[in-house]
Design a protein around this ligand. Structure first.
Ligand code: PMV
Length: 324
């Protein structure tokens, strides 16, 4: 094949109802469905160039040549996509994030959504959105939710064929924002791929999964009615349930820092005084404070005053992954 290249942009997402634990680790089929919003103001931009003269795949992330696990995971995903049509040409992957990598801001979601779309584009394949979402899922589960626009739901599905994400609300349906209070900027200690494999060791995982359809229903209803109080209650419960599983797994995973808990308590106290804000956490110590866009400045001011908040990254709801 001749040299060919494509560039894609994808947004990370923050889950309202979390994905934690797989029923099939290879296929990345989740134990439960999940719902998230794409983050418009955070982006991963990835260019994939296939060139028959390359002796192997090369991966540059934020200006640094990658090796080890970081490279292997990208090569594995490229192999999977190349294998769809029997291609074997190697690629140069050049990727840049507009936000700190590995700090619980779900960089793997935007990374594998952008890589999937750019690789598929460079190979000249026409693939409909649900199948792109399925492909992205194989790289990182939450990446399937960064393929469609807006607030998206990943249906757990019965098999590989129907486990993908779809839009449940367009980006402009409900002007929500995420104010991310960053308390730690470094790489997280235990990545989510490893965390998914230990989720089942927690005695609480069965209860979390068993109750997930109810939480998904409540979340969908809150979105449909644009009922912020209902959304706040369900997303905080869901985040707490995932972290309860994490801290009771073997080995236990404690992602919180003292500042994390302090922010969570502050957000709950603000809500009691009528300020519509709700917290949710990924696999990291940073606190995502969800609010309506018109409240962003007030929330930013309050977060800045809390101890341990190193920076605040703010985003509204983002669109679909797209080629540029
Ligand atoms: O897609 P992964 O393997 O990075 O898992 C994401 C896990 C959480 O971010 C903690 C939850 C979620 O649903 O995004």
């Amino acid at each position: 094949m001749p040299t060919s290249s494509a560039t894609a942009i994808a947004h990370p997402n923050i889950a309202f109802i979390k994905y934690w634990g797989n029923r099939d680790n290879d296929l990345r089929l989740p134990m439960n469905g999940s719902i998230s919003m794409n983050l418009a103001d955070l982006t991963t931009r990835t260019r994939v160039t296939f060139d028959p003269s390359f002796p192997s795949d090369i991966f540059d992330l934020n200006g640094k040549r990658q090796s080890g696990d970081s490279l292997s995971r990208v090569v594995k995903h490229l192999d999977f996509i190349r294998g769809l049509r029997g291609f074997s040409t190697h690629a140069h992957v050049f990727s840049e994030n507009s936000f700190p990598t590995g700090a619980g801001i779900a960089s793997s979601a935007s990374a594998f959504a952008a890589l999937t779309l750019a690789a598929v584009g460079a190979l000249g394949l026409e693939i409909p959105e649900p199948n792109l979402s399925r492909l992205a899922r194989r790289g990182s589960g939450s990446a399937c939710r960064s393929i469609p626009a807006g607030i998206t739901e990943w249906r757990k599905g019965r098999s590989d064929l129907d486990s993908f994400a779809v839009t449940v609300a367009a980006p402009d349906y409900w002007p929500l924002a995420d104010c991310i209070a960053v308390v730690e900027e470094g790489q997280k200690k235990v990545g989510s791929s490893e965390g998914h494999t230990t989720a089942a060791t927690s005695p609480l995982q069965v209860a979390r999964v068993g109750d997930s359809e109810r939480r998904l229903d409540q979340c969908r209803n809150a979105i449909q009615k644009k009922d912020f109080q209902a959304l706040a209650e369900i997303i905080e419960l869901d985040s707490n349930m995932m972290h309860a599983v994490m801290i009771t797994s073997k080995p236990p995973l404690f992602y919180w820092e003292p500042a994390t808990l302090n922010i969570m308590q502050a957000v709950q106290a603000w809500r009691k005084t009528g300020i519509p804000a709700a917290y949710t956490l990924d696999a990291g110590p940073n606190v995502h404070v969800i609010c309506e866009v018109e409240k962003v400045e007030a929330i930013q001011r309050r977060l800045t005053a809390l101890p341990g908040v190193k920076q605040i990254i703010t985003s509204s709801i983002g669109g679909a992954a797209h080629l540029v």
